[in-house]
Design a protein around this ligand. Structure first.
Ligand SMILES: [Zn+2]
Length: 73
């Protein structure tokens, strides 16, 4: 008398395994996790940091005009 299939009261599968887009580790997806779909706070910070620095890199171009700007005289 045993039921191998777990019963989902809310219809959502419990223990859903998802892959963290940052470090690639499998972890349990939970709405209790504020950092989902990341596995934790660190991975979310890393992902945001990488995105920010990458976009910043594109914007921050060295301008020769700045160097050539001579006060004169
Ligand atoms: Zn992670």
């Amino acid at each position: 008398m045993s039921s191998p299939e777990p019963q989902g009261a809310t219809g959502a599968p419990q223990g859903l395994q998802v892959r963290c887009p940052s470090c690639g580790v499998m972890h349990t997806y939970s709405t209790d996790n504020p950092y989902r779909p990341f596995c934790g706070k660190g991975c979310k910070a890393i992902d945001l940091g990488a995105w920010a620095s990458e976009s910043y890199r594109v914007e921050a171009k060295p301008t020769t005009e700045d160097l050539l700007d001579d006060p004169g005289t």
